[in-house]
Design a protein. Structure first.
Lengths: 322, 376
């Protein structure tokens, strides 16, 4: 395999890992605050639809992005209402949100655009377009470093760079700010946070809202950057892969990046079965590559490769008085 | 402890939840420019207005009874088996292997063998998450979700490879032999001139599903094992103290759950398609969650809720055929039912409890609302 092919593979890894990463960090905020969220998938899907629809109507992808975040926040609010205010079952609420998004997006898309549950194709300013970083063209002919800069680092949409920046930002917020300390405490021992005079409900709603914003960006990226428009069920299990990545990363931000890059890489090579055959001299079934993130997650969960310990108060509604 | 009489808890809460889901669905239908009343009439007419419609309604209901019972028995042990979908996929594989590779003289033997095959494969798929939960504490919800995807990939792999007949392009097995084909309602209920259920897929496995309801009821409320499962579900520590092994209960209840989900395949794979295709389950494993929640994890409730969802599925297909309302509306209704009965049930229960408290004369001061503890 030559350098250019490898770089192309890594380039598509980065593009495919971005929505996983954003959703994974979204889940990180929520679960660190003690709110399990298996509704990442649904939030992404809703955001993908509304961002594509609004970007098409206004011709402005940034307005589309905001609309996507709004859709995702709306579902977050339902999740918060069910699991924080009414102390319902967080897992069941997440399942409901996934179905709500899967159904509503198609029903509304059919009603608005009558194209069989999809939005019209986006083009021009209706999409996030690749950015050529300064000097990429000039440095292209420099050996080794030139192609790396031109092929791999330059030429992504702004959301990819944003997602990469959000990783250190998340680590800083969670581990170096008062807000982050409280957020993690709410997920480990909400009674202690309550005793300290901090609102558990408020902290959890804040975490769920951040989760909504990040899922919104992830969904908008799917429909306006990775692809040009919304199609039915376009999130295609990415929310669940992000969940898997979160466990794989043991609920730590930088590990999330590596886990998502790994799963993105698996998706990227699944698209290039010709390459595998050329390099390995034998064919790996694409189904095995599809299943690998899930199998790895089960192995991690089983505790055979280091133990994944979730936040202690995860999934438990907080009741002030017992 | 109980603020509300039992009938209110068992009947009123699910009905109000259903009503809320129906109102919201009606708003969605209005918003896309159709008339909800006409839509309802069309659904009732299409799903219940003829034996043909009933044949489809009961066919879907059969699937949902199996997956609903699967989720319900796991709920009794306070496990959330979200992997009914994958277990049903594996059940289909079990049915296909039995029907394709064992020669049967009569369908009745084929039905028994296929049921065993389906249950074994479904149970096997539930076993790994169960043992990981019991022994290593891996969260069963996450592992069963992962196993759904692994099952889909596995089936995909087998159907484009080993199980596909030579020369076929379609990812599906060949037709099962004639002797394994189950009698449909049309075969069973047509007398002389009158042909009932013409062309509808409902078949004898509906009665297997009904038998499974009764058997599960007996298991849960009339056996020692059922008592242990319920005790474990109410309080793990109390059950442990009474000498009940958590590992045993988790594994056994999940094996029963997976087996029931797998048995759905005798209806959709052996009864209807008569071969194994990709995506044969069509989300029925997930509908089981809504059915179990709606039916309050009681076999009779599951049966009624499954009929309701069978009606929604057949009615939804009719809607998609005659109006501009897409079939996905049913997924919205399903989501709302899950949301109101499973996650927002305290929102419904709270005001109801206050209402019943008001009626009590005189109100006892120490009886505070226990809605928080009611969260499952």
């Amino acid at each position: 395999m030559d350098l250019i092919t490898l770089l192309q593979l890594l380039d598509s890894t980065l593009r495919l890992a971005t929505p996983l990463l954003l959703a994974c960090l979204a889940g990180l905020f929520s679960e660190r605050a003690g709110i399990f969220d298996i509704g990442l998938e649904g939030k992404m899907l809703a955001a993908a639809f509304l961002s594509a629809a609004v970007a098409y109507a206004t011709g402005n992808v940034w307005v589309g992005l905001l609309a996507g975040i709004f859709a995702s926040l709306l579902l977050s609010a339902i999740h918060g209402l069910a699991s924080i205010t009414f102390r319902g079952n967080q897992l069941i609420s997440g399942v409901a949100i996934n179905f709500l998004a899967a159904g509503l997006t198609v029903v509304i898309a059919q009603s608005w655009f009558a194209q069989g549950g999809r939005t019209p194709q986006l083009s021009g300013a209706g999409r996030f377009n690749p950015i050529t970083l300064p000097g990429a063209d000039a440095l292209r002919d420099v050996p080794i470093l030139g192609p790396i800069y031109y092929e791999l680092i330059s030429g992504h949409t702004i959301i990819v760079y944003m997602a990469l920046l959000i990783v250190p930002l998340t680590a800083w917020v969670l581990f170096s700010t008062r807000f982050g300390l409280r957020l993690r405490a709410v997920g480990e021992n909400p009674a202690a946070v309550d005793t300290a005079g901090v609102s558990v409900v408020g902290m959890r709603f804040a975490a769920v809202a951040i989760c909504g914003v990040l899922c919104g960006i992830a969904g908008a990226y799917l429909a306006t950057a990775l692809q040009a428009g919304f199609t039915k069920d376009m999130s295609a299990g990415r929310g669940y892969i992000a969940l898997a990545a979160l466990i794989f990363a043991k609920w730590r931000p930088v590990y999330c990046l590596w886990a998502c890059l790994l799963f993105g890489f698996l998706q990227a090579i699944a698209l290039r079965s010709d390459l595998i055959e050329r390099v390995l001299q034998f064919n790996i079934q694409s189904q095995l590559l599809d299943a690998l993130p899930y199998i790895l997650t089960v192995v991690i969960l089983a505790g055979f490769v280091g133990k994944a310990v979730p936040p202690r108060a995860g999934g438990e509604p907080y009741v002030k008085e017992r | 402890m109980d603020v509300m009489p039992k009938w209110a808890e068992v009947i009123l809460v699910p009905l109000i939840s259903l009503l809320l889901a129906a109102i919201l669905s009606a708003i969605v239908i209005l918003a896309i420019g159709e008339n909800p009343w006409d839509a309802l009439k069309l659904m009732v007419d299409g799903a219940l207005g003829s034996t043909y419609g009933w044949g489809y309604t009961l066919y879907y209901a059969t699937n949902f009874i199996f997956t609903g019972l699967a989720v319900a028995i796991a709920f009794h042990a306070r496990m959330f088996n979200i992997g009914g979908e994958g277990q049903a996929v594996l059940g289909g594989l079990g049915v296909a292997l039995v029907c394709l590779y064992i020669p049967f003289p009569h369908w009745s033997l084929a039905l028994i063998a296929a049921s065993v095959g389906a249950a074994l494969f479904g149970a096997a798929w539930a076993f790994i998450p169960a043992i990981l939960q019991a022994k290593r504490g891996s969260h069963i919800v996450i592992t069963t979700i992962m196993f759904n995807f692994i099952a889909a990939a596995l089936l995909n792999y087998l159907l484009v490879g080993a199980l596909k007949p030579a020369g076929s392009m379609e990812p599906a097995t060949g037709k099962f032999p004639e002797s394994t084909n189950l009698p449909s309602f049309q075969d069973m209920f047509s007398f002389g001139e009158a042909t009932l259920f013409r062309g509808a897929p409902a078949n004898i496995s509906f009665f297997v599903a009904v038998a499974a309801c009764i058997a599960l009821w007996a298991l849960i409320w009339r056996t020692r094992l059922g008592y242990e499962i319920r005790a474990f579900g109410h309080s793990e520590s109390a059950a442990k103290y009474a000498g009940i092994s958590p590992t045993k209960i988790i594994v056994i209840s999940m094996l029963i759950s997976g087996g029931l989900a797998g048995m759905m395949a005798i209806n959709n794979v052996q009864g209807e398609a008569e071969r194994l295709v990709l995506n044969a389950v069509e989300g029925a494993g997930f509908i089981g969650i809504a059915v179990a929640l709606m039916g309050r994890s009681h076999p009779l409730g599951v049966f009624l809720a499954a009929i309701l969802f069978g009606f929604l599925y057949q009615g939804g297909a009719e809607l998609a055929l005659w109006t501009s309302i897409p079939r996905e509306l049913i997924i919205v209704i399903q989501a709302l039912v899950i949301l109101f009965t499973g996650a927002l049930d305290n929102m419904v229960r709270g005001p109801l409890e206050r209402l019943f408290l008001l009626r009590r004369q005189p109100p006892k001061p120490d009886r505070k609302s226990t809605s928080a503890e009611g969260a499952n």
